[in-house]
Design a protein around this ligand. Structure first.
Ligand code: BTN
Length: 283
């Protein structure tokens, strides 16, 4: 028997308890160590793997986040990628779907309240506990594959890294007792599967997403961190809403409203200004 909590345990335990999905998680493949689960799923897809194939790694040696950043990926956490082949129209909803699935799964497995920082940083009490990365491969207008990557800090020791210590947290730190990775993974895969079925049936999860976003109503700075976004530099304003395409609607101090498709949001503690529409009563 491997010692409790070792990688052999948690995926096998999850499968033993039963996975109630149609597409996602058939199969689930576990690796003690990978470069990145994103790369492994891409390799499997190129080799003809089935839609719904899931790869889990105990350790990633080259885990990555949005904007090409390094994603610190030691053992004891949840690093997972899922292979999907959705329609072209649905692609833009996958990261929203993944953020909602992560929030639902954490609520079910750990009983914690989770919010999302636009677009999809998974947060507990303002600290990042997980992230979502979606990578697509297209051939013309044909979708070869889409890979959803989800990372959730379960046992991450954030104290070893200055940046992580001030911005990140982990489920075991937020909970009374240790969180079961088997339960977390099962809930996560089942929620992705449900949301994906609905998406394929034409339902977009806009309202649930809007309700989870802790960004709305706050003063924020949105930065183009790669230089490759349509965003030109950075903008400061009040995050007013999201639109039906998932864009952020940002109210500028001069009253103008701009639509942002990407970028990194920093939430400022207290709004420096509140834009009052002409004719709107002051409170
Ligand atoms: C982010 O917030 O920047 C997204 C982080 C995504 C991390 C996950 S962990 C599983 C998958 N494999 C990776 O290399 N990245 C994603």
């Amino acid at each position: 028997m491997p010692p409790a909590g070792k990688p052999e345990d948690f995926v096998a335990a999850m499968l033993r308890d039963g996975l109630d999905t149609r597409t996602v998680g058939h199969p689930v493949l576990l690796h003690p160590e990978l470069d990145s689960t994103m790369d492994e799923v891409a390799r499997l897809s190129d080799g003809g793997a089935k839609e719904g194939t899931v790869v889990v790694a105990e350790v990633q040696t080259a885990g990555r986040g949005r904007f090409g950043r390094t994603w610190v990926s030691p053992e004891g956490n949840l690093w997972v990628s899922i292979l999907l082949r959705p329609s072209l129209d649905s692609l833009r909803w996958l990261s929203v779907l993944a953020g909602i699935a992560a929030a639902r799964a954490i609520a079910s497995a750990a009983g914690l309240e989770v919010t999302l920082k636009w677009p999809n940083d998974v947060r507990i009490r303002g600290r990042k506990v997980g992230g979502v990365l979606v990578e697509n491969s297209l051939s013309g207008s044909e979708v070869r594959h889409a890979i959803i990557g989800i990372g959730i800090n379960v046992a991450l020791d954030t104290s070893t890294d200055f940046h992580l210590a001030s911005t990140a947290t982990a489920l075991n730190r937020e909970c009374e007792g240790p969180v079961s990775r088997a339960a977390l993974l099962r809930h996560l895969l089942e929620e992705v599967d449900r949301l994906y079925e609905s998406l394929m049936a034409g339902e977009t999860p806009l309202e649930e997403w809007r309700g989870l976003l802790d960004t709305l109503g706050k003063e924020v700075v949105v930065r183009d961190v790669t230089g490759s976004d349509s965003l030109d530099g950075s903008y400061r304003g009040v995050a007013e809403d999201v639109d039906v395409s998932g864009n952020l609607l940002l109210r500028l101090p001069d009253g103008g409203l701009i639509t942002l498709a990407g970028g990194e949001v920093t939430i400022l503690e207290a709004p420096a200004f509140v834009y009052i529409k002409p004719g709107q009563p002051r409170r």
